[in-house]
Unconditional design. Sequence first.
Length: 538
Amino acid sequence: MIGLSGRSRLEVPVQAGIAMVAAILLFWGLTDRYLWQDEAATAVLATRMLKFGRPLAYDGVNLITTDVYDDDDNAVGRTAADPKAAIEYHLHRGEFKADTTWKWQPWGLFAVAAVSFKALGQTTLAARLPFALAGLATVLLLFRLVRRHSGSLPMAALSAILLLGNPYWVLHARQCRYCSLSSLFLVLTLMGYARWQWGGRGGAAAFVAAAWCWFQVDYGTVWPVFGVLFLDAFLAGRNRWRRTVAVGATLAAAIAPFFFYYELSGRAADQDSPWKERFLDNLFNMNEYVAPALIVLAATALLTRRWKSLAGEERRMAAVSGGIIVALALWIPTVAAFTFLRYAIIAAPAAALLTAWLIVRACGTRAARFAWPAAALLIATPWASRPLHAIAPPPDWEELSPWIRSEFSALRAGVFSHQADPNRIVIEWLRKNAAPSDEILINYEDIPLMFYLPNPIRGGIPAFRVEDDARTPPRFVVLRRSVEITHWPIFLRELQRYQWAPAPLKAPDMVWGNNPDPMGQDDPAQAPDLYIARRIGP
């Protein structure tokens, strides 16, 4: 087995090869598709941070809100004609502060995007580049973390390769969104934690700094991970519990002002399904796309069996990684209204670490022969995930291949293939045909229009200003008939007030333009056309 401990002459070439593969997967075709709804929200709030000094939900023209499709049409309809009433409605829902300062996500991701826009301009490349770079850094730092605390070059290389072999992690890391930053700071937090626990200079400060930064980009995921780390610290250092309490108190004091500013203590998700249902949905996502439950159980059994024979650093890092996966499996359905894969995919580095550890240590002296084929089998096939399907079955819309992981088709389409992008098609046509002052009515994917166009935008999920008669009527309309989550009666009332001429444009009617979630992998070739029209009267 190459270089189980110490430095190997292969270390630099191995890291270079991993970096090259990561760069291809993370940067290839990065601008081929325009930003979709969630990405565009990050980008627009970042541009408003540059303009106003803080991310404003409302800039005096266009409004960004959270999803309100769970509210009835009558409640939303009462605000569809009056911008002030709409802002009051969403303020009452707790989406932003009284001056419309955004608080639904922490500002760190907006700050990252804002710096990129300041340096490179307001482009698709500038929006996604810093997040893709964070993905690259995550891969390389995971390699360094595992190499340092296991002494095994193969284990470090396998960790990085397993992470890059997760198609949905790659797709999420290419997004102008918090996912890659959250994965990055997860790894940095583990590095800081390890430095603190094993006596490295400035270890406690490094841990607190990394954990604080992680909170600033993803304040929803950090809590169960903090819980796992501090539990491990207490169990491993019972005679040093005062030191652990001091570090915890320092971190709490650093986070507290922002915790209260974002009003997290009163945050509640509108959960419309039982906890068990959300738990099983999240368990399916984690088992299928993050860490197969079979792998977690096997790693737990091996860790328990060899606990006393393993080096302290190695066994604790493996235990912490497994604990993070289990904690998130319980945490996400408890606090989230929905169980989107993006909530769990940020744990992919911990899953890659745990899986690589299991493979190398289970193979033992035969690792040189069997570790790489075992890793290839886990990357390519869904077999390790299948046993749990009896408990957490796939959703009705999910089509899984029994032989090859179906998500590789999503990776190929999202990275290497050129597919028709409804957002790009619509935005480029509007850029050529709409005057800057023309108002555009759209029922979904409205925020990408705010990023790429100067026009006033009506509609979206909140149906903002759909029936606003105080201004010029909408000049253009873009309707996604595939979207069931918008308030159709409100849009139809406005549509029926005027005469429309369909535009000579063909764009696939897909719910999302570039959503990396499994539910977003619609085939544009199978989609009908969007309804795009110009108002001709009265």
